[in-house]
Design a protein. Structure first.
Ligand SMILES: NC(=O)C1=CN([C@@H]2O[C@H](COP(=O)(O)OP(=O)(O)OC[C@H]3O[C@@H](n4cnc5c(N)ncnc54)[C@H](O)[C@@H]3O)[C@@H](O)[C@H]2O)C=CC1
Ligand SMILES: O=C(O)C1=N[C@H](C(=O)O)C[C@H](O)C1
Length: 250
């Protein structure tokens, strides 16, 4: 059976690439391209079964609620989500009108990034120190990246479970914020550089040794197999799923 797909943010870097990937994917049909100025309504969604949102952090939650109300399943790649915004989506999906609806929100659809996050969480319990460095194109509007936040949270949860103490750090003065953002106790550094697409390095240290886990998306093509898989699978996962790892069994 053909899955009809609408793309929200269709004029953007990711949205336009997703439109092309959907058009080229067997069993998927692109039925709507929405962007700024086109309201999310059943009419504009043109019979879509699944909507894919790659917009901006400020609007994605509002879009997701509108898409649930419009009766479609939703795949979200946009960043900016918090535990509170996940909770509001879960609440909405628990309403009788939304019964059976599915939403997947994934900070990164590239297989290398999904694996890097999983490997970092696995390694974290064995190292005294761990920091995250994300590197992106200068057109990115948010920092740190959604992937870096998810990576740091995964590391922090693993350290907590293992009962590790706080990481060693004698910094007593950092007026300019040189030590970066701190996500659940994990330092996260953001680089914006012309020529880059999307990259992340996790460095884990012990006395006399270091493990580096690195993922590089050189092209937005890297995200497309994950997005297409998510579109095909999302209907089979009612409720809210966070992270593509859940669909991949990672
Ligand atoms: N999960 C993943 O694998 C990936 C996630 N991203 C995330 O996807 C998001 C989009 O990234 P890019 O495509 O690079 O940004 P972009 O700025 O190129 O595209 C955003 C698009 O959303 C549109 N837009 C803004 N407000 C809208 C609204 N209210 N309704 C409909 N469309 C609206 C803009 O006009 C623009 O066309 C970012 O949050 C980024 O971090 C990016 C790459 C991979
Ligand atoms: O804006 C981007 O480009 C990307 N955003 C996502 C993020 O913030 O993690 C995913 C990927 O890093 C590319």
């Amino acid at each position: 059976m053909t899955i009809r797909v609408a793309v929200v943010g269709a004029a953007g870097r990711m949205g336009s690439t997703v439109c092309q990937a959907v058009e080229e994917a067997e069993g998927l049909e692109l039925v709507a391209r929405l962007d700024v100025g086109v309201e999310i309504t059943p009419e504009h969604l043109n019979g879509a079964d699944v909507a894919v949102d790659f917009t901006v952090p400020d609007v994605t939650e509002t879009n997701v609620h509108a898409l649930i109300d419009a009766g479609v399943n939703v795949v979200v790649g946009t960043t900016g989500w918090t535990e509170e915004s996940y909770a509001r989506v879960r609440e909405h999906l628990a309403e009788p009108d939304a019964a059976g609806r599915s939403v997947l929100i994934a900070p990164n659809f590239a297989l290398s990034a999904v694996l890097a996050m999983a490997f970092a969480a696995k390694a974290a319990q064995y190292f005294e120190s761990a920091e995250v460095i994300e590197l992106h194109h200068p057109g990115k509007v948010d920092a740190p990246s959604g992937t870096a936040i998810a990576t740091a949270k995964g590391i922090a949860e693993a350290r907590d479970r293992a009962g590790l103490p706080a990481m060693p750090d004698a910094t007593a003065s950092d007026p300019g914020g040189a030590r970066g953002a701190v996500v659940d106790g994990v330092h996260v550094h953001a680089v914006r550089l012309r020529g880059l697409t999307a990259h992340e390095e996790v460095v884990l240290g012990n006395p006399g040794e270091q493990l580096t886990i690195r993922t590089d998306s050189f092209d937005r093509a890297s995200f497309m197999p994950g997005v297409v898989l998510a579109v095909r699978e999302v209907g089979g996962h009612p409720g809210l799923t966070v992270g593509l790892d859940r669909f991949l069994g990672i």
